[in-house]
Design a protein around this ligand. Structure first.
Ligand code: GSH
Length: 336
């Protein structure tokens, strides 16, 4: 089986981050293949490909592998410019990007995640709890979650209120007053969409369609638009792990590497061995390889498939990721 448009999405359907990409593809009518992943480590398919990054989703475009939805959406916009969903004017672009920063780099997602009811089956599954402790770098402690719940409810109430009384206050359908959902809607809506259906997360007397009718109807409209988008294209092509890995390793690179910016603040040079890893979660799983791109937007390193040692490139956004030389790490280790 082939991957439509050379796109293979590695994800699991209940990941709120993965939905950002699934929605984008549905709204654009872009066909793709998917390789479903287990919700906890290990992930043998990504390991076979030579990817150590442990977060979901990951998207391969040909032999380039993109980590983090911020970069994945940006690359899809660039690769499929006809009908792109991104804003055009500077002020509108600012709203779109600030929504991305607010929900991902800011506290919205972590506050929303802390409202997952502790009675949920996953929260009582020792394998899941151990996995997420490794992912977040701190214990997933149910007692601490219960203690923090009132503060997170208050935070989320103020987040709903912000949307209700500013961007959606004039009764518009979509954040940028477009005639259909744009990237700004995707950047803003995903943690809200996630919570409104999560029974037990938000007390209805504090946050519900009654208090925040505009936010709730925005979520319903958005869901209807995604549903219509999904119905208009064939379902994603399902791939088993080995098939996905084979297709990726046989594909061409999707883009040339960009090299290292002149006056790059880290002083790193193209071709040196580095480690790349996120700084907010999943930071113990680090990709190591030759540095091929380092710009203010992006970092990319080479890696090799576990069998056959075929080269792939792993890309990540620049912000929220750290790039360190392997020598620096070895020197630090030697001092201990
Ligand atoms: N900033 C990342 C965050 C991705 C993320 O944290 N994803 C969650 C799933 S919703 C995750 O990886 N959880 C741990 C796991 O599945 O291994 C992005 O935008 O893709």
């Amino acid at each position: 089986m082939a991957a439509p448009n050379n796109l293979i999405l590695f994800h699991y359907p209940y990941s709120p981050y993965a939905r950002r990409v699934v929605w984008y593809l549905a709204l654009r009518g872009i066909e793709y293949a998917q390789c479903l992943q287990p919700p906890v480590m290990p992930r043998a398919d990504l390991d076979a490909l030579g990817v150590k990054y442990r977060r979901i989703p990951v998207m391969a475009i040909g032999r380039d592998v993109y980590c983090d939805t911020r970069l994945i959406l940006r690359k899809l916009e660039e690769r499929f410019p006809n009908g792109a969903l991104g804003a055009t004017g500077p002020e509108q672009k600012a709203i779109e990007r600030l929504l991305e920063k607010w929900t991902i780099e800011g506290p919205v997602f972590s506050r929303a995640a802390s409202l997952i009811p502790t009675s949920f089956p996953t929260m009582n599954d020792p394998t899941f709890m151990k996995d997420r402790t490794q992912w977040s770098g701190r214990p997933w402690d149910k007692a601490a979650m219960e203690k923090g719940r009132p503060e997170s409810i208050a935070y989320m109430k103020s987040a709903f209120d912000f949307l209700e009384t500013t961007l959606l206050a004039d009764g518009r359908d979509w954040i940028l007053k477009t005639d259909k959902p744009s990237l700004a809607d995707i950047e803003g809506i995903w943690p809200f969409d996630w919570l409104v259906d999560m029974k037990g997360s938000l007390p209805p007397d504090v946050v519900s369609a009654q208090q925040f009718p505009r936010v709730y109807s925005w979520v319903s409209r958005f869901r209807a638009a995604v549903k219509a988008g999904k119905a208009a294209v064939p379902k994603p092509v399902p791939l088993k792990g080995p098939e996905a890995v084979k297709l990726i390793l046989e594909a061409d690179f999707a883009e040339p590497s960009s090299g290292v910016d002149a006056n790059e603040p880290l002083g790193l040079t193209e071709g040196i061995e580095v480690e790349v890893y996120p700084t907010d979660s999943g930071f113990l799983n680090r990709d190591r390889g030759r540095l091929v791109t380092l710009t203010h937007n992006e970092v990319a390193v080479t890696s090799r498939s576990r069998d056959g040692g075929k080269e792939i490139r792993i890309h990540a956004p620049r912000t929220g990721f750290r790039v360190t030389t392997v020598e620096a790490k070895a020197a630090a280790g030697a001092k201990l």
